[in-house]
Design a protein. Structure first.
Length: 146
C-alpha cells in the first residue's frame, strides 16, 4: 500500500470516490464546489491537503484535511474533514493507514494536533478511529450562512 499526495492525474478516480463518499452521507455538493475543492486540494490552497491510498496500483481511498492556526497553540492544527475507502477495499487497514499517515505527517511537520468527527452511528469509521483516540463529550453545532 502507498499513501501519497494527490496529483492532477488522480482527479477521475478521486471524483468517483468523492461521489461515493457523498452518497454515503446522503449529501449533495454542487459540481462547482467539487471542482473548486479539487483545484484547492491540488494547489494546496487554504490549508487543504489531499492524501490518497493506493493498493496494487489502484487508488482506493483518500483523506482530506485542513491545516489551520489555533488559539490554544502556536503551531498548526490539522482537521481531518473527510476520509473514505472504497467499500471493496475495506477491512484491509487502509482507513487506519490514512489516519496513521496524517499522524506521521503531523509529527514530521510539527503540528500540535489532529482531530476529526464522524456520525455517532458510523460504526465502521468509529472502529478505526477508536484505535487512535476516544470520542470526547463535545457537541457540534452547525449554522448555515447560505
Amino acid at each position: 500500500m502507498l499513501i501519497r499526495d494527490a496529483v492532477p492525474s488522480d482527479e477521475p478516480t478521486w471524483r468517483k470516490l468523492w461521489l461515493d463518499y457523498l452518497a454515503f452521507y446522503e449529501a449533495d455538493v454542487p459540481e462547482k464546489v467539487t471542482a473548486r475543492t479539487w483545484e484547492r486540494l491540488i494547489r494546496k490552497q487554504d490549508g487543504l491537503l489531499c492524501r490518497v491510498a493506493e493498493s496494487s496500483g489502484v487508488t482506493c481511498g483518500f483523506s482530506l484535511s485542513v491545516l489551520h492556526a489555533g488559539t490554544w497553540t502556536t503551531t498548526p492544527v490539522c482537521y481531518l474533514e473527510d476520509l473514505f475507502v472504497a467499500p471493496e477495499y475495506r477491512g484491509r487497514g487502509i482507513g487506519e493507514a490514512l489516519v496513521r499517515d496524517l499522524v506521521g505527517l503531523g509529527k514530521t511537520c510539527g503540528w500540535s494536533g489532529l482531530y476529526w468527527h464522524t456520525q455517532a452511528g458510523n460504526q465502521t469509521a468509529r472502529s478505526v478511529y477508536d484505535r487512535f483516540a476516544k470520542a470526547d463529550d463535545f457537541v457540534r453545532y452547525r449554522l448555515s450562512l447560505r
